[in-house]
Each structure stands twice: as C-alpha cells, then as structure tokens.
Design a protein around this ligand. Structure first.
Ligand code: FAD
Length: 289
C-alpha cells in the first residue's frame, strides 16, 4: 500500500568515521544517511527499504571547505555551505554557482555534496561539474582510503565506483590553471529543479587561443559525458561567437540519442544541450579572459 511512510529500520548515530565504517560493515543491509534529501523520499516511497541507517550527521570534521592549491570539500558540506563559501568562490567560483542552482533553499540547507555524488542521480548537478573540473572523490572503507577520479567514479544511473560499506569523505577539486574560466548552466525541471540538461564548460586560453577545454553534459546522460568532438573544434580558436556556435553544434556527436519523458522529448533535450553548451562556452571564455 502507498503510505508515504518508510518501512521499519534501525537507526544508528556514530560519532566517528571509524565507528560508521564498522557499523556499515557489521550491520545487514545498512545505508549511510547524510542530508536525507534523496534517501528519505526513496524510503517513504518504498523504493529503498534499508534495514538500518547509519547517520553521518554527528561525525565531526567532515563538513569543512579548505584551500590546498585546489579545494577540499568535506562530504558533509551542505549545498548551502558550498554556495556561501568564500574560499570556494576564490578558488573555483563555478562550484558555489552550481551549488546555488540545486533545488530550493530547504534542499540546499540539508543536502550534502557527499550524498549527491554517492547517490549519482542522473539529474544531479555536481557530477557534471566535477567531471568537467577533473575532480577526485575520496572514499574510505574497511580496507582504507582511496582516491577515485570523477571520470571513473560516476558509472551510470544511481551507480558509482563505491564498494559496499565505503563512504565518501571528501571531494577534491584541482587548482585551475591561469587563464581558465568555467561555467555551468542548466535547464531545470520546473517541479524539482533537477537538471533536465546541464552543461559545464571549462576553457583555458593562452595568448588569445584555446589550449585546453572540457565540455561535459549531464541530465540527459548518466554518467555525464564529455563532448570531445566539440572540444576538438575549439582547440586553437579565440572563442568568437561563430567558433563557439560551431563547437556547440558538435556536442550532438557525443550524445547517444537520449530518451524522452512527459516533460521533454529526447530531441528537445538534445537541442537544449547544444544551446546550453554555446552559452556555457561563451561565459567560460569571458571568465578566462
Ligand atoms: P542522502 O539523501 O542522505 O543520501 C543519498 C544517498 O547517498 C543514499 O544512498 C546514502 O546512503 C548515500 N550517502 C549519503 N552520504 C554518503 C557518503 N558520505 N558516502 C557514501 N554514501 C553516502 N540535486 C541536484 O543536484 N539538483 C537539484 O536541482 C536538486 N533538486 C532537488 C529537489 C528536491 C525537492 C529534493 C528533495 C532533492 C533535490 N536534489 C537535487 C537532491 C539533493 O541535492 C540531495 O541533497 C542529494 O541528492 C543527496 O544528498 P543528501 O546529503 O541529502 O544524501
């Protein structure tokens, strides 16, 4: 019966990371709980019925945002804290801009970057941007800690490289090279704000010409895809509007025909990807300058 009430579950609230990892290893069918803004709705709909929740919310030291050349963001940093972080604004402004586009104020106040990447929703915003930025996900489990490139971490719809019982502890974003600009734009679903299509563009300009770029498209593809043909078309250009338009037109070559739903057809999503790529590239070139 449809009740909007979760099935019964045990609730554990560890106060250290080691304790959380031990609990996840010992308990049958246990899931970590962070902001609860993806897991709890799924439990209420009985799409997830874990026997136990291990609440990460009382583990100290996992919500920091610090500079290390690049940026280290603890898994429990909320979207609101990333959005409002002066450190993040100073080092990688596209990340707080992305956080500010997630859901609404309530979602941003509770949802965490660790929960978002671990959940790997196809409509989520961080995976697209983190892939474009060449970020790394730090994970810890009973066999120790490992660093996973975002390119390898996101595997599909709700699918990541995390092993059972492994926790995301941080996201590392590398320092941006001089002359680099980045932008993320999305077409948000009017009900949920999730990305129907989201495009991240990162470009590096040296002596007036583009020497490095990444264009990454999410929302219509899981995991998000790099638009390599579009990047090849940009190489050596100065980022004029004609050059950007020509490169954006090549985004399609990296998309396998996306499926549609009641909100947007596959064809419409593909068209959105091209338009958003052009706009994101224009912003990224402006910022690189
Ligand atoms: P939880 O819901 O607590 O957990 C999600 C999953 O990740 C669970 O499987 C959990 O076991 C696992 N998990 C959590 N933390 C960790 C960890 N540290 N290590 C390993 N596994 C972990 N997202 C967007 O990107 N863009 C949007 O526009 C958007 N709009 C939204 C609108 C609404 C109305 C709602 C309810 C959500 C929306 N979201 C959106 C999702 C939101 O960003 C969630 O916060 C996010 O997906 C999950 O983060 P959380 O901290 O709430 O994780």
């Amino acid at each position: 019966m449809y009740t909007m009430r979760p099935a019964e579950f045990e609730y554990h609230r560890p106060t250290s990371l080691d304790e959380a990892i031990d609990l996840l290893g010992e308990l049958d069918d246990a899931r970590p709980l962070a902001g609860g803004h993806s897991l709890l709705p799924m439990m209420k709909l009985r799409l997830a019925t874990p026997a136990a929740l291990v609440d990460l919310g009382r583990i100290p030291g996992l919500d920091g945002i610090s500079a290390n050349g690049g940026l280290t963001i603890g898994a429990l940093a909320t979207h609101a804290s990333v959005e409002g972080s002066e450190v993040a604004v100073g080092i990688c402004p596209v990340l707080p801009e992305t956080a500010g586009q997630i859901g609404d104020r309530q979602v941003r106040n509770r949802g965490t970057i660790g929960g978002s990447v671990a959940h790997a929703d196809p409509g989520a915003d961080y995976p697209t941007v983190l892939k474009a930025l060449g970020a790394t996900i730090t994970a810890r489990g009973k066999n120790g800690e490992r660093e996973i490139a975002a390119d390898d971490f996101f595997r599909g719809i709700f699918e990541t490289a995390l092993e059972p019982g492994e926790l995301v502890t941080a996201v590392e974003v590398p320092a941006m090279k001089a002359g680099t600009g980045a932008a993320y734009l999305k077409h948000r679903h009017p009900a949920s704000s999730y990305a129907v299509v989201g495009v991240a563009a990162v470009v590096t300009v040296e002596n007036g010409s583009c020497t490095d770029a990444r264009i990454t498209v999410g929302g219509l593809a899981a995991p998000p895809v790099h638009a390599d043909a579009a990047v090849d078309a940009l190489s050596g250009t100065g980022g004029s509007s004609e050059e950007i338009e020509a490169a954006a037109a090549k985004v399609l070559e990296s998309l396998s025909s996306p499926s549609g739903d009641t909100y947007a057809s596959g064809e419409y999503r593909t068209q959105l990807a091209t338009v958003l790529a052009g706009r994101a590239l224009a912003q990224a070139f402006d910022r690189a300058a």
